[in-house]
Each structure stands twice: as C-alpha cells, then as structure tokens.
Design a protein around this ligand. Structure first.
Ligand code: PXP
Length: 235
C-alpha cells in the first residue's frame, strides 16, 4: 500500500514567525500519526529557519511510525544524523536564498561525496533516500552510491503547463528505478488536486507531502486534513 509521509516544517514556520512555542510541530506530528499517516518528515535546514535541533530530538523520541530527516549533504548534518539515528535520511540540495527545496540533488556531480555519506549512514542502519529529478542519468548515479531509496522530485510536474509530459517522465523514471532495485518515494508541491495523478503511477511506495496538508489544516484541522489526503493516497 502506498504510504504517506507528512512534512511538518510549515508548522514550525508559523511558530518561528513569532519566535515562541506555538504551534508546536511535535504536537502536529503526533496528530498526523493519530490520523493514520505512515511517517513524519522534517527538514533541518542549515539556517534553522523552521525546524530546530530540539524539534528533531523530540521527534526521534516521540514518533512511533518512522522519522524521515531531510538534510543537506554536509559534514555537520551527517554528524547530527549519526548521533540522532532517525529511521531515514533524505539527502536534498540546499541553498540559503531559496524559499523551498528547488530541484533535485545532482548526484552525478558529487558521486564520491554522496557515496561516502550513504555508507556512513547505512552502516548505522539509517535508510538513505536521494531526492532527485526523474532523470535516468541521476538514477544511474544514485544506484552507484548504493543508496537504498530515491525520492522523485514532483515539482516540475506540479508547475508544468503540460503536466502529462512530466507524468510520463516520472512514470519512466519509476519503472527504470524499480528495475535497479531501488525503493521509490515522490514528493514536492503535491496537493489535494494533483496527488491522484501521481498515485496512479505504479511502483511508487511513499509520498511526502507538507505544504498542502498544513494549509488545509488551517481550515479543517490537521486530523481531518491528513485523513483527506490519506483517502487520496490510498485510493
Ligand atoms: N520532499 C522533499 C524532499 C522536500 O524537500 C519537501 C519540501 O520540504 C517535500 C517533499 C514536501 O513538499 P511540499 O511541502 O511542497 O509538500
């Protein structure tokens, strides 16, 4: 069954707007789990703009499903992850000036560095996923790093004027990656309107969704927002 990871970064974004304690992303994680999601995703960014180290430590203690930590491929973050031991690490590119993650990792351009990070994390039984574009050469590079998993960037599909073409690119990439033995997730920019089209692609095992669920939660509550997305994800 296709799994749903709920990204709670945006709860922390609202909290950071006032620098206080509310709303607490930990509470959001627990509500999302009670509503039936399969994992909790958070991104500890270098600039600490939303999620803080304290949040990730508490999530590690309290999350009962699976904690998927998104992070940049840096020495400091690898040290943090080895210490914390989340269930999964998703390596993402990171630029300080971006509003959100833009584009997938260029695994081809940093194969040695990523291979060594994958090995360090996987030795500690942390599953490593690489966030990449639906691009065959990036998938081939991902296989060479020995990562167990990839997450296909769905942003180009979400923003395309011709989404059918992007869907085809994703479907081809998923089919190729499956043949290489990779586990496959997808995410970025998915909403209550466009997620069903990604669900229809066979071979994807996990969707990671944040902004749309947290936005909807403002109006219907987080429990209901997660349940509505689960209905789409699980068909
Ligand atoms: N997957 C990855 C790798 C991401 O970086 C993000 C954004 O943090 C998401 C999924 C979720 O994207 P969105 O918030 O647009 O649903």
């Amino acid at each position: 069954m296709l799994q749903l990871g709920v990204n709670i970064d945006h709860v922390a974004t609202i909290r950071q707007a006032r620098g206080g304690k509310e709303p607490d992303p930990i509470k959001a994680a627990l509500i999302a789990e009670m509503a039936g999601c399969d994992s909790i995703v958070c991104h500890l960014r270098e600039d600490r703009r939303h999620i803080q180290e304290r949040d990730v430590r508490l999530l590690k203690e309290l999350v009962e499903t699976k904690l998927n930590l998104e992070m940049a491929a840096t020495d400091a973050m690898v040290k943090f992850a080895l210490n914390l031991r989340p269930n999964q690490v998703t390596l993402v590119p990171e630029r300080r000036e971006e509003l959100t993650t833009e584009g997938g990792l260029d695994v081809n351009a940093q194969k040695e560095k990523i291979t060594s990070i994958v090995s360090l994390l996987q030795e500690e039984r942390i599953c490593v996923s690489l966030f990449i574009e639906p691009d065959i050469s990036q998938i081939k590079a991902a296989v060479k790093t020995n990562a167990q998993m990839i997450e296909i960037h769905t942003g180009p599909f979400v923003n395309s004027a011709v989404p059918e073409e992007e869907l085809e690119r994703i479907a081809d990439a998923v089919s190729f990656a499956r043949k290489q033995g990779l586990k496959i997730a997808a995410g970025h920019g998915l909403t209550y309107r466009n997620t069903a089209q990604i669900v229809a692609i066979p071979g994807i095992e996990e969707l990671n969704i944040g902004h749309s669920i947290i936005s909807h939660a403002v109006f219907v509550g987080l429990d209901e927002a997660v349940r509505e997305m689960l209905e789409i994800v699980r068909g």
